[in-house]
Write a new protein. Structure first.
Ligand code: PEP
Ligand code: MG
Length: 590
């Protein structure tokens, strides 16, 4: 670790992804492929090679056991069982025997021989018909990767090995990486790639962990142990910050803290504008463990429960009982406030580990409802679990990535089928549970009149809607600057969605990231949003602001902004309006 000022300060600029300022040692996380050394041994070197192998086995055993114990205490014994399977793979005597024979016969080094043998095993298991046996491929892959790491003597870059209070520096972070992070161990994270709406960022926001993304080459400039300062408000990272810089940011952080305290003063007051227009402010969550925050910020409900969080943490497809347990806990804890469960939205940047996974990583590919409709066994399990949880609260369900009527009807038909099954089995559920569709694909946005006739509510997923409208991949840092919520195309589309849904008498909530952006709240209220759902951490500021806002003025703002041609003009107008509403506080908030 370096002392402030002992090395040259370097400032890099990225995209502000999750607010807050932190200072701490970097942990550079690389998910690089291993390079396996390949060389001939002398006869006399063979025994030493086996000793290395044994030593690496011991280290790997200790690592797997440590992860197993951590998962067991954080997530439960059921989730930890996968690591028992890993230990069995590690100590499989047939595999070890084959490796040692290969070393003796070929006289190649142990890493090479071990890798050759496990590749043969993986090829064999992949060719099996049986799904259970196929799944063993991932176990072998995980275990062999760990063992090879230990054999080659690389620094272990597992996120689990990170020092407490570190800042994660990575080229990217997948939602599975973030799901596996010990939330109490890291202070913040920064990535080379990504945009404001990548899912690891969304998760950081809900965990209230400062993050900066799209830094391009942070992983080249920063080494593990370097002291870095992350400003998640303005998207700045300072490597080896000077004392003056730390002081300056310390002041900024304490001003922000004062502001946060001010925002919290209106938390238990109603979510309404100055003239009494109600606008429920709800939380986006991914699991029951985030529910405490929902209560802390007095949210009016859960506007988006991203059910895939449960699947990612589980590393597979949880059973109906496991899902029911989670959904039911959330529904009951909400004490009558609405909870909107969004059915499984995997694919894109949310990929479930294992060969069983069939959703693909393209944002325009086989994901979300497309995946669920083609894998009815998986979908039916989830629909049954959601339905069963509806007896204990105000539960609603919505389908992601609906592109048109046909998908909506097919999803609803499956919901009906799940109801019929539950009825036959005598299992209770709320037959009147409301059903909604997410509007996040332009084809859905253009057919609101058709979709609205068949749902109880709509929810605007602006993260995806904007990426598709503007053809800007949510994760690609090279085009992240083109991702523009203030673009006239986006504003016109939103306005038209609200107008058409309201003519059909259907309420529209917003659950994409703009719902938590203080600059957009006036616009969304003015356009007629019926609720906003956001990361819980953002809710206090939104409520404080909403309560100072006048509906008529917000409507005037919409009219004015819709006439503007340039997104920068739009943002300047929104900023100006925000400052006027906020008054003197805006000087610090800005
Ligand atoms: C959205 O697309 O706006 C949304 C809320 O869904 P997700 O971010 O999970 O894709
Ligand atoms: Mg989406």
């Amino acid at each position: 670790m370096t002392q402030p000022g002992s090395q040259d300060e370097i400032i890099i600029k990225g995209i502000a992804a999750s607010p807050g300022v932190v200072h701490g040692p970097a942990f550079v996380y690389q998910r690089n492929e291993l390079e396996i050394p390949h060389y001939k041994l002398e006869e006399t070197e063979i025994e030493a090679e086996f000793e290395r192998f044994e030593q690496a086995m011991l280290e790997t055993r200790a690592e797997i056991t440590a992860v197993r114990n951590k998962v067991a205490s954080n997530l439960g014994e059921g989730e930890a069982r996968i690591f028992d399977a890993h230990l069995m793979v590690l100590e499989d005597s047939a595999l070890i025997e084959e490796v040692t024979t290969e070393v003796r016969e070929s006289r190649f080094n142990i890493e090479h021989c071990y890798n050759e043998v496990v590749q043969r095993y993986m090829a064999f298991f992949s060719s099996m018909e049986d799904d259970y046996l196929k799944e063993r491929v991932t176990d072998i892959q995980d275990v062999s990767r760990r063992l090879l790491h230990n054999l080659i003597g690389l620094q272990n870059t597992d996120l689990g090995h990170m020092e407490r209070n570190s800042i994660v520096v990575s080229t990217d972070l997948t939602p599975s990486d973030t799901a596996n992070l010990d939330r109490h161990k890291f202070l913040g994270f920064i990535t080379d790639t990504g945009g404001q709406t990548s899912h690891s960022v969304i998760m950081a926001r809900s965990l209230q962990i400062p993050a900066v993304v799209s830094l391009h080459d942070a992983t080249h400039k920063i080494r593990t142990g370097d002291m870095i300062l992350v400003d998640g408000y303005d998207g700045i990272v300072v490597i080896h910050p000077t004392e003056e810089r730390l002081f300056q940011f310390g002041k900024l952080a304490s001003e922000r803290q004062k502001l946060d305290a001010l925002y919290r003063t209106s938390l238990d007051l109603p979510s309404e504008s100055l003239d009494g227009t109600k606008l429920p402010l709800m939380s986006n969550i991914e699991g029951m463990d985030e529910f405490a925050q929902v209560d802390q910020v007095c949210a009016d409900g859960v506007g988006l429960f991203r059910t895939e969080g449960l699947f990612l943490r589980h590393h597979g497809y949880p059973t109906e009982e496991q899902q029911f347990e989670e959904y039911d806990a959330v529904a009951s804890s909400a004490m009558g406030r609405p909870v909107i469960f969004r059915t499984l939205d995997i694919g894109g940047d949310k990929i479930i580990d294992g060969p069983n996974q069939v959703a693909d990583s393209s944002f325009m590919g086989f994901r979300a409802i497309r995946f669920c409709l083609e894998t009815p066994d998986i979908f039916m399990v989830q629909l049954r679990a959601i339905l069963r949880s509806s007896t204990h609260g105000n539960v609603k369900v919505m389908f992601p990535m609906i592109s048109g009527l046909d998908e909506l009807r097919r999803a609803k038909a499956m919901l009906e089928q799940a109801k019929t099954e539950l009825k036959k089995e005598g299992k209770p559920f709320d037959d009147t549970m409301q059903v909604g569709a997410m509007i996040e694909i332009p084809s859905a946005a253009l057919t609101i009149d058709l979709l609205a006739k068949e749902v109880d509510f709509l929810s605007l997923g602006t993260n995806d809607l904007i990426q598709y409208l503007m053809a800007v991949d949510r994760l690609n840092d090279r085009v992240a600057h083109l991702y523009e919520p203030a673009h006239p195309a986006v504003l016109r589309t939103l306005k038209q969605i609200f107008d058409q849904a309201h003519s059909a008498g259907v309420p529209v909530g917003v659950c994409g990231e703009i719902a938590g952006d203080p600059l957009f709240v006036s616009l969304l209220l003015g356009m007629g949003a019926d609720s906003l759902s956001m990361a819980s951490a953002l809710l206090p500021e939104l409520k404080y602001f909403l309560r100072k806002l006048h509906l008529k003025r917000a409507q005037g703002l919409v009219e004015a902004v819709l006439k503007l041609e340039d997104p920068n003009e739009v943002k300047a107008r929104l900023q100006h309006f925000h400052e006027q509403v906020l008054g003197p506080v805006a000087v610090i908030a800005g």
